[in-house]
Design a protein around this ligand. Sequence first.
Ligand code: ADE
Length: 240
Amino acid sequence: MKIDIITLFPKMFDYVLNESIIKRAQKSGRVSITAHNLRDWTCDKHRTVDDKPFGGGAGMVMKPEPIFEAIASLRGVPLRKCCRGEAGRRSNPKTRIVLLTPQGKKLDQKSAKRLSKYKHLILICGHYEGVDERVRRHLATDEISIGDYVLTGGELPAMVLIDSVIRLIPNVLGHKDSARFESFEKGLLEYPHYTRPAEYRRMKVPKVLLSGNHSQIESWRKEEAVRRTKKRRPDLSGGN
Ligand code: ADE
């Protein structure tokens, strides 16, 4: 998978992309991620990316031209073919153009899984009061929010999205990291985990986990997952 990030702050991604599993996924060639500076697609001396909103009001709005230029160049299509309406989705069904915005659909495991199947993701990180509506209407194929709160920009949400998607790409998680039973799979939260020592400051690991009886362990884990889900997240289907 190829991931291109369009941002005003590419350096914000340096650390996150160069550690742990995301770093390994890139090294192994399974993923290639690049953070691009939106200002590289401006044409004026001041490298302007924002302007006052038509109709007045507070704040600045991100201009459409650099974003359209950026998408056209990252998709390798002429600018006139850049809009979703003309060529976007139909000409390259393997690419998604994701706008990170608090107005988007809330990211969940299901949408992360869906996005993990594409060959190319282009992420647009908004700032200021938001991006010009024409980007949303004619360019973005997906609008995604990471929760009902407003952040200063789309960079942190983009990092969250990348992390949630990358770990679902086949062979990105090694056997050691992989969880056969993960929270949100099957609409359940994960069961509790314990490791050595079996007793620490008189806090004991449940006996069943030390029993070596795998079918009993499996039943216990399932019951715990259901109990936990009912208590903490009754909205998830597996808890009902
Ligand atoms: N930009 C600002 N806040 C955001 C959020 N909650 N999700 C996605 N993008 C954002």
